[in-house]
Design a protein around this ligand. Structure first.
Ligand code: FUL
Length: 483
């Protein structure tokens, strides 16, 4: 008995001690990075993980696929929805083989047709001939994502052209009910896409975003919420996939209204020193339209176009959200699939080998435990940080022999905040230093593409302006061939 009691008490103590330890470790604390004080505005661990994904896939699929439209009317007959060879596993396999880590499905677009059997409407898949009304596209997609190790996200359009309560306050409850279904039936949902579009008849109705978002927090605490103003991920302000050359993840959510015109510039570049961390997402379709149209089969973006988009989204401190619309069979069209693999081959051949590996690194200063070499150790979790009193921090890379590159990649260690607002890159050729780039923000990843090859034995990155001790987690030099 006594031994049992002792054991029981011991186990209780052990559990209490472990819990206390876990509580004492805030997500970003000086304990994790001794001697370094994180900024007050910094990402959550989920936002950091999201940015490291780089590429997220968008899948627009619904009645529009069958009516060959971009926006429906809400009056479509559900009988139109009838994919002949639906295969969510084809989507998931192609996406995972091409480096995508999340798939976001249009569970409901503006026409109101729901791709899952919803208890709150008849305008859904249960009224369609697909699997005789027993189908559930959201379920099949969620299962395929699981099988191929992809995270799953949903787009639930607030604008609903079919629902009769739309435009009245009761609609908020209808939307909430549908949201609850999506968040509670299909396992983990990693991102929810709140589109800002509103129907003409609803201009006076306020969407109850606060209630919707608190439901997300309650039912899926790790999910990231996308909208024009975040709270976690923001729209980058255009649908070309291009972030601003200056792009802060720091932002002021009060400066933006969801669905409002005229805020493109702010969305595109964020705000230095802004009080909220809201990372940008660059959405763009692989075709001209978001939905599949047979007449666009020969207008799938070229590898050169996709590569430019990658450089101006991922390479400008954003995540790329690339849309691939399945056709009426319910599969990705072969032209899109072929293009995705070619795009992946190109990215792999460019970034396969960091030419900077093996360079000798030196820094103008370095914090204790954070030497220059940590900016070139292929580990985004380690970093170089300048000393407190260094007013012009710089990193210099020396090579044994002249090296040619046309791409430079810099990564700031963002878990402690985004700090760099101006930097220059210079190259030493035959004993004379020349400035080859003068730029502003870095963020999670900044890629500079030079028009010509730079051949040099030495390059220097000088941080000209910053709000706190700058920290670099990785530097890369690469060579891209002609597109
Ligand atoms: C927009 C929608 O109106 C488009 O149809 C598309 O879904 C795009 C991603 O968002 O607001």
């Amino acid at each position: 008995m006594k031994v049992k009691h002792f054991l029981f008490i011991f186990i209780l103590f052990a559990i209490a001690a472990i819990t206390a330890c876990q509580e004492k470790q805030p997500s970003s604390s000086t304990a994790r990075w001794p001697g370094v004080s994180p900024d007050s505005t910094r990402p959550t661990p989920q936002q950091v993980a999201y940015q490291r994904k780089e590429k997220v896939a968008f899948v627009h699929f619904g009645v529009n696929t069958f009516t060959n439209r971009e926006w429906g009317t809400g009056e479509e007959d559900p009988a139109l929805f009838n994919p002949t060879d639906f295969d969510a596993e084809q989507w998931a396999k192609v996406l995972s083989e091409n480096g995508f880590e999340t798939l976001i499905l249009t569970a409901k677009h503006h026409d109101g047709f729901s791709l899952w059997p919803s208890e709150y409407t008849d305008h859904d898949i249960a009224s369609s001939p697909y699997k005789d009304g027993d189908g559930d596209i959201v379920k099949e997609v969620a299962e395929a994502c699981k099988k191929y190790d992809l995270d799953c996200g949903v787009y639930l359009s607030p604008w609903d052209m079919h629902e009769t309560t739309y435009g009245r306050p009761e609609y908020n409850e209808f939307y909430l009910n549908q949201l609850r279904e999506l968040l509670s039936r299909y396992g983990t949902i990693s991102e929810i896409w709140f589109d800002g579009a509103k129907g003409e008849g609803a201009k006076d109705m306020d969407y109850d975003f606060d209630a919707w978002w608190s439901t997300v927090r309650e039912l899926q605490p790790d999910a990231l919420i996308f909208s024009d103003e975040g709270p976690d991920i923001r729209w980058i302000g255009n649908e070309h996939g291009f972030a601003g050359r200056t792009n802060w993840s720091t932002f002021n959510r009060d400066s933006v209204s969801i669905g409002q015109a005229g805020q493109t510039e702010y969305l595109n570049s964020g705000q230095a020193g802004g009080p909220d961390w809201v990372v940008g997402e660059c959405d763009v379709s692989i075709r001209p339209g978001w939905f599949y149209h047979p007449e666009e089969d020969d207008e799938v973006k070229t590898v050169a176009e996709l590569t430019e988009i990658y450089m101006k989204s991922v390479g400008r401190n954003c995540t790329l959200l690339l849309n691939i619309p399945p056709d009426t069979t319910g599969r990705f069209h072969p032209n899109d699939v072929e293009r995705l693999y070619a795009f992946t081959d190109t990215l792999e051949s460019i970034f396969d080998q960091n030419l900077a590996n093996g360079a000798t690194l030196s820094a103008s200063s370095a914090g204790e435990r954070y030497p220059a070499e940590q900016a070139l150790d292929n580990n985004v979790d380690s970093f170089w940080i300048a000393s407190r009193d260094d007013t012009t921090p710089s990193l210099t890379l020396r090579f044994d022999r002249p090296l040619s590159f046309n791409l430079l990649v810099l990564q700031e260690f963002i878990p402690i905040g985004q700090r760099i607002s101006a930097f220059t890159v210079s190259a030493n050729t035959d004993g004379s230093w020349q400035t080859i780039a003068q730029e502003t923000t870095v963020g999670h990843k900044r890629i500079l593409r030079f028009d010509q090859d730079i051949t040099t034995e030495e390059i220097r990155i000088t941080i000209e302006d910053f709000s706190g001790r700058p920290a670099i987690s990785e530097i890369g030099l690469f060579h891209a061939g002609q597109d």
